[in-house]
Design a protein around this ligand. Structure first.
Ligand SMILES: CC(C)(COP(=O)(O)OP(=O)(O)OC[C@H]1O[C@@H](n2cnc3c(N)ncnc32)[C@H](O)[C@@H]1OP(=O)(O)O)[C@@H](O)C(=O)NCCC(=O)NCCS
Length: 172
């Protein structure tokens, strides 16, 4: 599945994205906000991720579907639907390289990805968990019609610290 807009292209990853992917995601400003526990993130980590991710493009009902956000011909970020239960629900997650922040890109990426997910997997609910210190991500979701359902106390753990998370969902 490929979605083209003026700002970005959403497309399946390729093994040849490993270098760009590792370079872009290996930034604490990104990883501090993700469940991902790997930092620093190396090309070998990207290769492991890609080997796991690529087969899912060929499966009718994959457990997760992760797409690259391509800007100027290179990977600039990622968006994924995880824990997909066809006919029911999935979790959305995403990141974007800081150089592109604040231009409305992720708001649009989430719009396109949720529309695709609701249709393709006949979902009733897409939810997201956002670390309590990440207001930008919560705003991205709220602009897309996600509603705050609660705060999950100490639900995430990062560098030995427990983090409260917002739970937001969009329901059809
Ligand atoms: C969160 C993230 C995806 C946002 O991407 P983006 O393309 O900059 O998002 P957008 O430009 O579409 O929208 C961000 C909104 O949040 C607002 N915002 C950003 N940081 C903020 C802050 N610290 N306080 C308040 N608002 C903030 C922006 O002003 C913008 O709202 P506006 O359009 O009304 O001005 C990006 O910062 C990122 O990748 N962060 C690291 C990884 C991450 O947090 N992933 C999500 C995990 S749940």
């Amino acid at each position: 599945m490929i979605i083209k807009t003026k700002q970005f292209v959403l497309r399946p990853y390729r093994m040849s994205d490993a270098d760009d992917l590792a370079k872009k995601i290996n930034d604490w400003r990104i990883i501090r906000n993700l469940a991902l526990q790997i930092f620093p993130y190396k090309k070998s980590d990207a290769l492991i991720f890609l080997k796991k991710t690529l087969p899912n493009y060929k499966i009718k009902n994959p457990g997760s579907l992760v797409l690259g956000i391509e800007i100027d011909g290179k990977i600039a970020g990622s968006v994924g639907l995880h824990k997909i239960e066809p006919g029911h629900q999935a979790e959305i997650g995403y990141w974007l390289a800081p150089v592109y922040w604040g231009n409305g890109i992720m708001t649009n990426v989430v719009k396109k990805t949720t529309a695709y997910g609701f249709k393709k997997f006949k979902l009733k609910r897409i939810y997201a968990k956002v670390f309590i210190y990440n207001p930008g991500s919560k705003i991205v979701l709220e602009k897309n019609g996600f509603k705050l359902e609660g705060i999950l106390k100490k639900a995430a753990k990062k560098k030995g610290k427990f983090i409260d998370e917002y739970l937001l969902a969009k329901v059809k």
